[in-house]
Design a protein around this ligand. Structure first.
Ligand SMILES: [Ca+2]
Ligand SMILES: [Ca+2]
Length: 225
């Protein structure tokens, strides 16, 4: 069976989703293991065993919560995300196996956040805190309504295993992962980090200039002494 045309269809599913107060843009690429445009890896969930001890590849991010890390699959509990119809993530990944568990990622403010999700279920949920003070909840059931996506828990399907990318009208400062049951599986998280605004750059340059001026004054003082 050749899945390529269907894969391309899933890849083209870029759309705006009406959320409560802000617009959410969601992209899903079935089996999309490559990083998206401008994205850098934040974590692939190596390290541990607690979430606070997971290795984070970029400064300014924190991970916390009581969700667990798994390698491989446990029938009825957690399934390693599928990278194709017959290959899976063989490394450690994040899994929320019951409704009491939570994983929270805080960011320095990013314009887009992306996760490789495995066997998406309708009761999986992502809650985003935005820089404008609002929060947005996106559930698996909402995502299943988008073309090229399913939230049926399929452990091999390309419509339920792939890279999900979210962006909103405002920068994302925090993402909370939850699941109504077994399980929400995440292989990695990537982000598009915000470039400082021109006004911030100007202030930084002024700041550096100030430091230089101070050093020159000190040096002049030393020479005079
Ligand atoms: Ca991993
Ligand atoms: Ca699942």
């Amino acid at each position: 069976m050749n899945l390529k045309p269907l894969h391309a269809l899933a890849g083209a599913a870029v759309l705006a989703m009406a959320a409560t107060s802000a617009n959410a843009a969601v992209t899903f690429i079935g089996y999309g293991t490559d990083l998206g445009e401008g994205e850098t890896l934040i974590t692939d969930f190596e390290g541990g065993p607690t979430l606070a001890e997971v290795l984070l590849a970029q400064p300014g991010f924190t991970l916390s919560g009581d969700a667990e890390l798994f390698t491989g699959s446990i029938t009825g509990l957690t399934a390693a995300p599928a990278f194709s119809a017959d290959t899976r993530d063989t490394t450690q990944y994040l899994s929320l196996t019951d409704a009491d568990q939570v994983a929270v990622l805080t960011t320095p403010g990013v314009s887009a956040l992306s996760f490789y999700v495995g066997s998406l279920d309708s009761y999986n949920s992502f809650t985003f805190q935005l820089a404008d003070g609002t929060s947005q909840v996106v559930t698996g059931a909402m995502l299943a309504a988008l073309p090229g996506m399913a939230a049926n828990g399929s452990q091999t399907g390309f419509t339920s295993n792939g890279r999900l990318t979210f962006s909103f009208d405002s920068a994302i400062t925090q993402a909370t992962f939850q699941s109504g049951g077994a399980a929400l599986e995440i292989s990695d998280i990537t982000a598009v980090t915000l470039v400082p605004e021109p006004a911030t750059w100007a202030m930084m340059i002024l700041g550096f200039g100030g430091v230089g001026g101070l050093l020159r004054q000190r040096r002049a003082g030393l020479l005079a002494a």
